[in-house]
Ligand binder design. Structure first.
Ligand SMILES: C[S@@+](CC[C@H](N)C(=O)[O-])C[C@H]1O[C@@H](n2cnc3c(N)ncnc32)[C@H](O)[C@@H]1O
Length: 211
């Protein structure tokens, strides 16, 4: 299911300013390999939130070949840092090459392994945590991420509408169930103020409250 009518989505894409050459290369690779990156519409939102809350420390759960980290690194100040996590070494190698070519590698650090376990072992607090791991792990990601966020920080989760599988789905698979449970938890948590933005594949943005 398309979340946004294709004509409107094309219109939104056409409005996007041209991206830097390395970012365009990454977008082409994602398209050629059918690799799920957040894409430029969501990238601009990540950039905007980073600037809005003056983020300096960001943690990514599931970094792929570094596309979302590129947007964060662009928006961070010179002494800011994105800690990236990724299970696949070849993705990390590509990410480091791309971010070096973009002159942003000094703001990015890669850790290989299970993203949620690495977060649980990394000292917080973070200003932003981006959750983009396998969808069955979404509830576990929320449980570990919230205590690592500062009050006023943001937990941002991609694929909150999961290609429309969150509705009219009598037998949701394990991934859809993970997204459904995540959305319920994020919307009902007392210490989070969550809004789900129907952009691209749905973006859940949770502000950590002081409760
Ligand atoms: C959707 S892609 C990430 C895309 C990236 N956030 C972007 O927009 O450029 C998900 C990535 O997370 C990795 N991944 C999924 N679950 C993971 C986990 N539990 N620990 C580490 N990496 C994981 C996958 O290997 C894949 O590269």
């Amino acid at each position: 299911m398309e979340i946004i009518a294709p004509d409107l989505n094309n219109y939104l894409d056409e409005l996007l300013p041209e991206r830097p050459p390395v970012m365009q290369e990454m977008e082409k690779l994602a398209k050629d390999r059918n690799f799920p990156i957040i894409g430029p519409q969501v990238g601009r939102i990540l950039y905007q939130y980073t600037k809005l809350i003056g983020a300096r420390r960001i943690f990514e759960l599931g970094s792929g070949f570094g596309y979302s980290a590129y947007w964060f690194a662009l928006a961070l100040p010179e002494d800011g840092k994105v800690i990236c996590t990724e299970a696949a070494s070849n993705n990390i190698d590509m990410a480091e090459d791309y971010l070096e070519a973009a002159g942003l590698l000094h703001k990015v650090e890669f850790k290989k392994g299970d993203a949620i376990k690495i977060l649980s072992q990394t000292e917080g607090p973070f200003d932003i945590i981006l959750n983009d791991v396998d969808k069955d792990d979404y509830p576990r990601a929320l449980e570990v991420a919230v205590p690592k966020l500062r009050v006023g920080g943001l937990l941002i989760t991609d694929n909150a509408l999961w290609h429309g599988r969150v509705v009219n789905n009598p037998q949701p698979d394990v991934y859809t169930r993970g997204v459904l449970e995540y959305n319920q938890l994020a919307m009902s948590a007392e210490d989070l103020w969550t809004a789900i933005l129907p952009v691209r594949d749905g973006l859940a943005v949770s502000l950590k409250l002081d409760v």
